[in-house]
Design a protein around this ligand. Sequence first.
Ligand SMILES: CC(C)(COP(=O)(O)OP(=O)(O)OC[C@H]1O[C@@H](n2cnc3c(N)ncnc32)[C@H](O)[C@@H]1OP(=O)(O)O)[C@@H](O)C(=O)NCCC(=O)NCCS
Length: 164
Amino acid sequence: MNGKIVIRHAVLQDLEMISELENACFPESEAASEKDLYHRIQVFPENFWIVELGGRIISMINGMVTDIQNLTDEMYENADMHNKNGAWQMLFSVVTHPDFQKNGYAELLMNRVIHDSVKANRKGIVLTCKKKLIGFYKKFGFVNEGISDSVHGNTIWYQMRKTF
Ligand SMILES: CC(C)(COP(=O)(O)OP(=O)(O)OC[C@H]1O[C@@H](n2cnc3c(N)ncnc32)[C@H](O)[C@@H]1OP(=O)(O)O)[C@@H](O)C(=O)NCCC(=O)NCCS
């Protein structure tokens, strides 16, 4: 698809496209519901980054900010735990639409998230991922902290942290 690439923060009008993207990238048991995505955009739009290509949202990264050290399952469903002055940028969804993967979009967006988080004086960024993606996040300087307490989607998650 041709068109201009824009990186920006999500707004509520993006909800339908964002929900479609989430569902195209995660199985039903792991995908955030439209309601949860709505609350995330509403509560922490500055921490909800998207890549738009020719008007279509093809990649996104989002997550709350908190002083809590470790990413917990409660955070996925309770956007109100967001503390805009918190130390840690948590990351929930890191996704690129299957039709657009392996073109550098997640890397582009992750570098923007890191840049913005440094600028916001965070201590660092925390995420959980499946074993096969540990190598992907290591490239950005994330360190594997082992198996997380998360039982989200009934699967095994590894917690990774990039400390600034
Ligand atoms: C993981 C995901 C976000 C990567 O998005 P993407 O836009 O294709 O990634 P990029 O093209 O920016 O890749 C950047 C680098 O990571 C590598 N990479 C991409 N996907 C990878 C994977 N699954 N495993 C290992 N490395 C991967 C690329 O080869 C590239 O490396 P290179 O520059 O040395 O070639 C995407 O595959 C996705 O949405 N997957 C489904 C949802 C998911 O599991 N998200 C992660 C939740 S923890």
